[in-house]
Ligand binder design. Sequence first.
Ligand code: SF4
Ligand code: SF4
Length: 327
Amino acid sequence: MRLPERPFLSLVIDLNDGCNLKCVMCGPRANKRDQKVLPLPFFRSRIAPVFRHVADFQLGCACEPLMLPYLAQALALIGEHRHPDTQGQLITNGTLLTDATIDTLLASGVLSKIRISMDGATAATYESIRKGARFDQVCERVGRLCAQRTALGRPITVEFNFTIMPANYVELPKLIMLAARLGVDSVTTHRLAPDHLPFAPDDFLVAVTDAQERARELAKGLGVAFQPSRYRSQADYHAKPRSACAALRDRFRLDPEGFLFAQCHAALNPPTGNLLLNRLDEIVASPAFAAYRGCLDNPHPAQCERCLHFVTAEEQGPWADEAEGLL
Ligand code: SF4
Ligand code: SF4
């Protein structure tokens, strides 16, 4: 099968599976050394060439990517093979942003954004969620990353990614001030998933909306970009039936064994293909890939009811903007 000329794939990539923290919301995958690392020779021969077809990618999803033993080589290989329009970002917990790592990231030339997971604006809240991390140390490292980026004139956005939960949402305005102080350009939020309710309870909705509004005002004044999360009220949930899919198209998670998992609950299992065993064109021509696209083309309640990407027609545009990180 002939692949499209234009890059089309959206990849979230875990080349390793370990993490040095044990965050409260992360479950069993946290706080372990790498058990699986995609071998560098396989990355070079089987994965890197696929970047010709990748429209955007994020290094890091369910692991800490700065633990990858061949991070610099991986970024260099991506740079060698990517399409000129490929957009790349990396998400990290920020604890391993040493001077050497900062140099590697800033010199790679393939990252337009570096995201740091920051779920609190005080040591007490942050350290109670991101267990194993030290707030002051991460702030100091992020500040150095921003300063170095600016000194070198690299066109890279540094962003805080804030996972909203009952334990931390009141600190959102304070996080905007912290971002401004450290030189962080942008703060994005996402609702904690899995979410046991497809709507927010009324009292939480009022409180979180207030915190987000105050954060928005502060961000405007301080020149920090801010993306709030959208919550649906129980009344809206019952009054406005959902019928559309806001998931990004052709978005897959690549795991350390080469498997591609569709970022769609209905098509998540089994994996859509394996890039170590099959060529990309074979995967795109496979019945599993057609079944995945069929899910996205025909969203319906029986298939999508529990999915955070299942939205009303009027929500589709705005909710698609924050689709990333919702699964
Ligand atoms: S930093 Fe990310 S991968 Fe690591 S434990 Fe926390 S949430 Fe999980
Ligand atoms: S389960 Fe439905 S709403 Fe969710 S990503 Fe798949 S098709 Fe879209």
